[in-house]
Design a binder for this molecule. Sequence first.
Ligand SMILES: Cc1cc2nc3c(=O)[nH]c(=O)nc-3n(C[C@H](O)[C@H](O)[C@H](O)COP(=O)(O)O)c2cc1C
Length: 167
Amino acid sequence: MKKISIIYGSSTDNTKAAAEQIAALLTEHAPEVLNVADCNADSFTSADFLILGTSTWGCGDLQDDWADMLDRLKGVDLSGKRVALFGLGDSSSFSDTFVDGMGELYEFFRDKNCQIFGSVSSDGYSFDASRALVDDEFVGLPLDSDNEDHLTQERISAWVKNLKPSL
Ligand SMILES: Cc1cc2nc3c(=O)[nH]c(=O)nc-3n(C[C@H](O)[C@H](O)[C@H](O)COP(=O)(O)O)c2cc1C
């Protein structure tokens, strides 16, 4: 069976909770769910499909544990790796940097020649600017558990459903 790893960076457990919700919809693949703080390069190279989640902190900054991991992955060959991204943010209080961390992950793994899956229309999201947009589409799944938690489960379900044929 193909190995799917869901790797999250989370400071107050919102991204962790989303990772667990995603995993619950993929039980047929028995994904492993890992905190990026506990990972090493092998966690990335050994998976056939990576589902990577981060929150955004400061003003558009990647979650701290991810920042450390990207440093450690700089020299690692990930070309051709299949990747999907999700990001937690606050579209109200941080409307100019909404899920920027997901955009930073995207840029890193794109530049590593990974194949990125799971883009999402920006329709239905209200924000001013985001580093995670390419041609008006999000590069992965944005979630806002601070203001729109009632939408989280249905957003995750729709995204996972679209992702399944690529897994
Ligand atoms: C001090 C602070 C700074 C934040 N900065 C941003 C930001 O720039 N962009 C954004 O979309 N969300 C921002 N957020 C919102 C968090 O990303 C959001 O609460 C997220 O759900 C936290 O996820 P975590 O618990 O997995 O770390 C910020 C939150 C705080 C408290």
